[in-house]
Design a protein around this ligand. Structure first.
Ligand SMILES: *[C@@H]1O[C@H](CO)[C@@H](O)[C@H](O)[C@H]1NC(C)=O
Ligand SMILES: *[C@@H]1O[C@H](CO)[C@@H](O)[C@H](O)[C@H]1NC(C)=O
Ligand SMILES: *[C@@H]1O[C@H](CO)[C@@H](O)[C@H](O)[C@H]1NC(C)=O
Ligand SMILES: *[C@@H]1O[C@H](CO)[C@@H](O)[C@H](O)[C@H]1NC(C)=O
Length: 523
C-alpha cells in the first residue's frame, strides 16, 4: 500500500517535471537537436550503441522504414569501424511502432513521434512510436542527431540518457523551392538537396521546373516543349521526374510541381510558337486561342500522373499584359470579349485553376493573383506570399489558406540576409485569431536559380534554410532562445559531416567560405 501511495504522486511529479517545466531545460542546457523537438527531457547517463543495431517491431517490414533505418545506420556508423569484442554496448535494438499502416503522403500527414531512450543496468532500450511511417522517419532523424562518435572508445554514444521526446511539427507545410529553369540541376543534385532537407525535417520540395529561360521537362502530350531546354543534356525525362518524386517520398517529402502561367512562359514557344502572342512579343501566353489552354491541360494531365501531391502551383506572378494589348490580333479579341488587360489576367488564372481543379489538384498561386482579384479566386486556392510583408494576414482574413515566403527574409538567393533575420521571421506575424492562424499552412524558403547552380547551390541553401526549418517545426517559446546560434553552428557541422557543403553560419554574405582557420563549431 505504501508503495502504491508513494509511487503514484512521484510518477506524476516526474511527468510534470519532464513536460511542463521546460523553460528550465531550455535556459540551461538545450540539446543539439535541430530543429528542437516540441517537448523533451533528458538525464545524465551515457549509452553506447551496438553497430549491429537492428530494427524490430511490427512495422519493421515497411520498405520506407527499412530504407530510412539503413540510411540512419549509414550516418551514425559512418566512422567505418566494426564491432569489437572489447567494447560494451548498452543497446542493440531499435523498436519502432507505427499505428497507421497507410503510407500515403499528403499535406497534413501525421508526422508526430515519441522517442524514448532508457538505460537499465547494463542494457538500454530505444523506442520510436509514431502514427505514420513518416513520423517514424522524423524520429529516426532525431535519434541520429543524438548519436555521436566517441573518439576514445571508438563507439557510438548517446549522451544525457534517459531521453524522452514527444515531437510534432508546428506547421504542416515546410518547404524549399528549387528553380530548375534559370539553371539546370542534374537529378543527382536534386536528390542530394532532398536528402539534406530531410535532415532539417523539411517536407515539401516546391519544384519550379519551368520558366521563361528554359523548359527542361518532358511532356509526352506536347513532345516539342522540351526543345525549350538550354541543351539536349539539360532535361528531365518522365522517368527522372518519377524518380525524384519517389526519392522524396521515401524521406517523407512531397514534391509540389509548378507551372507558372500566364507569365514566365517564353520558353514554351520554342517548341510551340503558337502560344506566343507574336514572334516578337512572347509572353504572357496567348489567351485568345483555345489551343493555348489545350497545351496547359496536356501538361497538367501528364504531370498529374507523376505528382501525387494534392497541391499544384500555378504561378500567376509578374504578369505584364503589354503583349496582349499591343498585339493587334489579341487586342481585338480582348475588345470582342469586352475585357480589360486586368480582366484578361483574371480570366487566364481562373481558367488555369479550373483545369487544375478538374484534375483533382488544389491550386496554389503567387500573391499577385490575390492582390488583383482576391474574391474571384477559387475557395480552395492557397495563396503563396513572396513580394511583400503582411500578405498572409489579408489572405486568411478572407478565409483562404496561405504559404509564407516573404522575400525580405526567406529568399535564399538574397545572399545578404543573415541567418538570424531568417530565424526571426514568423509565418504567423500579424495574425492573432486562432481560426485564422490555422489557415497559414506554413512557409517555404525559395532558392531562385539566376545566380546559383550546382557549384554553389547547397552553400546558398544551408545553413539558412535550417533557420527557417526550426521556425516551421519547433514551438516558438524555444526558438527565440539566444542559444540558437551555437546550436545552428553545430547543425551546420553536422551537415558538413554528412557531406552537405553548408557554408559558415556567421559570414554576413551567405555561401562565402570561412574567413580564416578555425573550428567548424565557431564559424
Ligand atoms: C545524475 O542524475 C541523478 C538522478 O537525477 C543524480 O542523482 C546524479 O547526481 C546525477 N549525476 C551527475 C553526475 O550529475
Ligand atoms: C490512416 O491514414 C490514412 C491516410 O492518412 C487516413 O485516411 C486514415 O484515416 C488513417 N486511419 C486511422 C485509423 O487513423
Ligand atoms: C509591346 O510590349 C512589349 C512588352 O512591354 C514591348 O517589349 C514591345 O516593344 C511592345 N511592342 C509594341 C509594338 O509596342
Ligand atoms: C462591357 O463591360 C462594361 C464594364 O464591365 C459594361 O459596363 C458593359 O456593359 C459591357 N459591354 C458589353 C457589350 O458587354
Amino acid at each position: 500500500m505504501g508503495w502504491c501511495c508513494c509511487y503514484k504522486p512521484t510518477l506524476l511529479i516526474i511527468v510534470f517535471t519532464f513536460f511542463i517545466s521546460q523553460p528550465y531545460a531550455v535556459k540551461f542546457s538545450l540539446p543539439f537537436i535541430w530543429p528542437l523537438p516540441a517537448k523533451f527531457a533528458f538525464g545524465n547517463e551515457t549509452l553506447s550503441v551496438d553497430p549491429t543495431l537492428s530494427l524490430i517491431g511490427s512495422s519493421a517490414n515497411s520498405p520506407i522504414l527499412k530504407a530510412g533505418f539503413d540510411r540512419f545506420k549509414g550516418i551514425v556508423f559512418s566512422n567505418g569501424f566494426v564491432r569489437t569484442g572489447k567494447a560494451v554496448y548498452n543497446v542493440n535494438k531499435l523498436y519502432v511502432v507505427v499505428h497507421n499502416k497507410s503510407e500515403e503522403l499528403q499535406l497534413g500527414v501525421d508526422e508526430s513521434y515519441n522517442l524514448l531512450i532508457t538505460k537499465a543496468t547494463g542494457s538500454g532500450k530505444m523506442t520510436i512510436e509514431a502514427n505514420t511511417v513518416f513520423g517514424a522517419l522524423r524520429g529516426l532523424e532525431t535519434l541520429s542527431q543524438l548519436c555521436s562518435f566517441d573518439y576514445s572508445t571508438k563507439t557510438v554514444q548517446i549522451y544525457k540518457a534517459p531521453w524522452s521526446i514527444r515531437d510534432k511539427p508546428r506547421f504542416p507545410f515546410r518547404g524549399l523551392m528549387l528553380d530548375t529553369s534559370r539553371h539546370y540541376f542534374p537529378v543527382n543534385v536534386i536528390k542530394q538537396i532532398i536528402e539534406s532537407m530531410s535532415y532539417a525535417k523539411l517536407n515539401v520540395l516546391h519544384w519550379h521546373i519551368i520558366d521563361e529561360q528554359s523548359f527542361p521537362l518532358e511532356v509526352p502530350s506536347y513532345p516539342n516543349l522540351w526543345k525549350g531546354s538550354y541543351s539536349e543534356w539539360e532535361r528531365y525525362t518522365i522517368e527522372d521526374a518519377y524518380e525524384i518524386v519517389n526519392f522524396a517520398k521515401m524521406r517523407g517529402i512531397n514534391v509540389m510541381a509548378e507551372m507558372d502561367v500566364p507569365g514566365h512562359t517564353k520558353s514554351w514557344g520554342i517548341g510551340y510558337p503558337d502560344v506566343w502572342p507574336s514572334p516578337s512579343c512572347k509572353s504572357p501566353l496567348d489567351l485568345s486561342k483555345e489551343s493555348t489552354f489545350d497545351v496547359l491541360s496536356g501538361i497538367m494531365t501528364d504531370m498529374r500522373k507523376i505528382f501525387p501531391f494534392e497541391l499544384f502551383h500555378l504561378g500567376g506572378d509578374e504578369v505584364n499584359t503589354d503583349c496582349w494589348t499591343n498585339t493587334s490580333r489579341v487586342n481585338k479579341w480582348l475588345q470582342n470579349q469586352n475585357m480589360t488587360a486586368n480582366d484578361a489576367y483574371e480570366y487566364f488564372v481562373l481558367k488555369a485553376q479550373n483545369i487544375a481543379l478538374s484534375k483533382n489538384w488544389t491550386p496554389v498561386n503567387w500573391e499577385e493573383t490575390f492582390n488583383s482579384f482576391a474574391t474571384k479566386l477559387h475557395k480552395k486556392t492557397i495563396v503563396h506570399n513572396w513580394w511583400s510583408s503582411g500578405v498572409c494576414p489579408k489572405v486568411v482574413a478572407k478565409g483562404l489558406r496561405c504559404i509564407f515566403s516573404n522575400q525580405r527574409v526567406w529568399y535564399l538567393d538574397h545572399v545578404d540576409v543573415p541567418w538570424d533575420v531568417v530565424y526571426n521571421a514568423d509565418p504567423l506575424e500579424g495574425i492573432q485569431e486562432a481560426s485564422e492562424q490555422k489557415l497559414v499552412l506554413g512557409g517555404e524558403v525559395c532558392m531562385w536559380g539566376e545566380v546559383a547552380d550546382t557549384s554553389d547551390v547547397q552553400q546558398t541553401i544551408w545553413p539558412r534554410a535550417a533557420a527557417a526549418a526550426e521556425r516551421l517545426w519547433s514551438p516558438t517559446q524555444y526558438t527565440t532562445e539566444l542559444t540558437a546560434l551555437s546550436r545552428l553552428q553545430y547543425f551546420r557541422c553536422l551537415l558538413n559531416r554528412r557531406g552537405v557543403p553548408a557554408a559558415p553560419v556567421t559570414n554576413f554574405h551567405a555561401r562565402t567560405p570561412p574567413t580564416g582557420p578555425g573550428s567548424c563549431f565557431e564559424q
